[in-house]
Design a protein around this ligand. Structure first.
Ligand SMILES: *Cc1c(COP(=O)(O)O)cnc(C)c1O
Length: 369
């Protein structure tokens, strides 16, 4: 049995006819940038996420960068980010010209440890970027309390958590901004690059709309140093089809995650991500931490099972951030997760048999080892 780490065709093949129809519509309308389809998808996002405003942008990293810009954050400012995240969270801060201040993850939730944020705040701190990693909501109640106490902007990196919630309130709507990637592999993914920013404030909505479009509201009249970072009509049309499936597909993910947990609960060598009470995790990725991770990874590979590490090298040890001079050992929790994490196949369309087969191989691996 061959089980790839991810097979997007299982989602997209089911929608092929609808995609073709959308392509036909966009061709007929012959309007490819910032037309009706983007506006319609933005409305769908407002409804789905329960957000006052939604602004379509080119990708998830720009969603973070434009949020930082809209909040006026730049050189001289400090931004708190998780030490354990995908590199894009950090790169957006670097592109804005602000200083990165990493905070360690909690070793059980893998998310930024809210208890460690306050000690990282200085007089220059302007913002916190919590990342709902692998689809697991951060402790937003604590984070918003700290942000309010210190008057900080909160930009949620919601790239991995479309549809996750805390007590029914969707992630991405707690902070001043909810920066959301719609990259093909995300829970809500386009057929190319795409992103959306959620915000609850009118002034941010206005700035973000200008920032994504050359600093302009009215064609050929430019007010600020903007970007070209627009969600295009065709992707918006595809996404409007896909967003209707999001809840169903997230439910499939949740069911699969609980099957894995149940099948593997007696295996002491592996640990699952802890989800806080009242938090709904949407399992963008099923990441475990495993003893002897590399051996397990090879064993699964030998049995035709694809896995990935999210992520093998933490941002502070990447070549790009060598100039920041973080030493090995400076963020031990982050390094520990990098050295022991393994993501298992979990996606809409993965069959029960496939899932049980993966769990069986893991169980056998730790009994015969
Ligand atoms: C995917 C991802 C991004 C970047 O999204 P792009 O659309 O690829 O730019 C940012 N942050 C996290 C946590 C991600 O997983």
């Amino acid at each position: 049995m061959q089980i790839p780490f991810l097979d997007l065709s299982l989602q997209n093949d089911r929608l092929k006819m609808e995609y073709m129809e959308a392509l036909g519509d966009v061709l007929n309308e012959s309007n490819y940038i910032l037309g009706e389809r983007v506006a319609m998808f933005e409305h769908a996002c407002c409804d789905y996420f329960g957000s006052k405003y939604s602004i379509g942008v080119a990708n998830g990293m720009d969603a973070i960068l434009l949020s930082l810009k809209a909040a006026g954050i730049g050189p001289g400012d400090e931004v708190i980010v998780p030490a354990h995240t995908y590199i894009a969270t950090w790169l957006a801060v670097t592109h804005a010209g602000a200083k990165i201040v990493p905070v360690e993850p909690d070793t059980e939730t893998f998310n930024i440890d809210a208890k460690k944020i306050e000690q990282a705040i200085t007089k220059n701190t302007k913002a916190i970027i919590p990342v709902h990693l692998y689809g697991n909501p951060c402790d937003m109640v604590s984070i918003m309390a700290i942000a309010n106490a210190f008057n900080l902007i909160v930009i949620e990196d919601n790239a991995q958590a479309q549809g996750a919630d805390i007590g029914g309130k969707k992630t991405g709507t707690f902070g001043h901004f909810g920066a959301t990637s719609l990259y093909p592999g995300k829970n809500l993914g386009a057929l190319g690059d795409a992103g959306i920013v959620l915000t609850q404030q009118k002034t941010y909505n206005t700035s973000l709309r200008k920032l994504r479009n050359y600093g302009s509201d009215i064609k050929y009249y430019n007010d600020i140093i903007g970007y070209n970072s627009r969600l295009d009509e065709l992707q918006a049309a595809f996404l409007s089809i896909k967003i209707k499936k999001l809840d169903e597909w997230n439910s499939e993910r949740v069911v699969m995650a609980s099957k894995y947990t149940l099948l593997l609960e007696k295996v002491e060598a592996i640990k699952f991500q802890r989800v806080m009470t009242n938090h709904k995790c949407v399992f963008h990725i099923l990441c475990i931490v495993a003893e002897d991770r590399n051996a397990l990874m090879s064993r699964l590979k030998d049995n035709g099972i694809g896995t990935l590490m999210h992520y093998p090298v933490p941002p502070h040890l990447q070549n790009v951030y060598m100039p920041l001079n973080f030493k090995r050992g400076s963020f031990p929790n982050s390094e520990k997760i990098a050295n022991s994490c393994l993501s298992l196949p979990l996606y809409p369309g993965l069959s029960d048999d496939q899932l049980s087969f993966v769990a069986d191989i893991i169980k056998k691996h730790y009994t015969i080892r």
